[in-house]
Design a protein around this ligand. Sequence first.
Ligand code: ATP
Length: 292
Amino acid sequence: MSTPTLDIRNLTLGFKGYTGFTEVLHGISLSVEPGERVALVGESGSGKSVTARIVLGLLQELRTARIGGSVLFEGRELDGLNKRERHALRGKAMSMIFQDPTSSLNPVFRISDQFHDVLRRADPRITRDAALERAAAILAEVSVRDAERVLNAFPFQLSGGLNQRVMIAMALANEPALLIADEPGTALDVTVQAQTLQLMRKLVEEHHTAVLFISHNLGVVREFADRVYVIYKGRIVEQGPTRAVFEGPRHPYTRALMAAVPRLTGGGIPDIDEDSPDFGAPLETHDAEGRA
Ligand SMILES: Nc1ncnc2c1ncn2[C@@H]1O[C@H](COP(=O)(O)OP(=O)(O)OP(=O)(O)O)[C@@H](O)[C@H]1O
């Protein structure tokens, strides 16, 4: 068996605050194999983003965060890395795309400069000309035809959809082994979101990039992911191949999430009974054939 690109084992997280200690993750385990697309799905506040931020090594720098368990990236324990080594991993071996491209693109720099910066993380000596050539090539892969105009622009001069493409191109410019996608495109309209996902899918397939896809939208997850983990209040409650989970959800929380899909896509919060004792039921795991 190959080494997983990402292997999270029994991850715990708590925050120290004025009113005491709040536990947010209660022992999460999940893995992403090379080239695999894995979704982490759950409602707002369930712990998806904090999991992503730990993988990126961002929460480790927060003094109030207490992290336990382990995160292995290509077999290497992240905990053993210092701040500089974690920084070197980000943007090179792993990268992230966000809901809203404006949160990751810097408003005061031209797209060309931002590409140059990103490419320098992998190759500190890359010349500006070589960086622009590489940027134009990867922009073409996300169907941006007038690369020169886009590279010369500031983010505010481009449409939301175009910025989204730029962000995808930038995230994949260094051929990372792992891409973390946090609800990409949800800040944009539905058509642009669908295009964004299609482009992202095409690129990760072509480049054999492993993806951890974070979402509350089950419809999107079903389209995109090979495997799914369902997270509820900081615990994984169900996991398995996407088809098996969708065709035979076992955990009461997964069933409730699925029943709420029309409301979710309508923008509302799922109307589920948070106090249902069933939601504390043990982890449900599907194998490839959907058996228990
Ligand atoms: N820096 C922090 N300090 C204290 N609590 C935090 C911090 N960051 C996140 N939390 C808490 O951790 C829990 C999980 O948050 P997280 O952002 O991971 O949820 P999420 O599932 O990604 O939700 P959303 O879909 O809304 O982004 C929440 O209760 C949140 O309030």
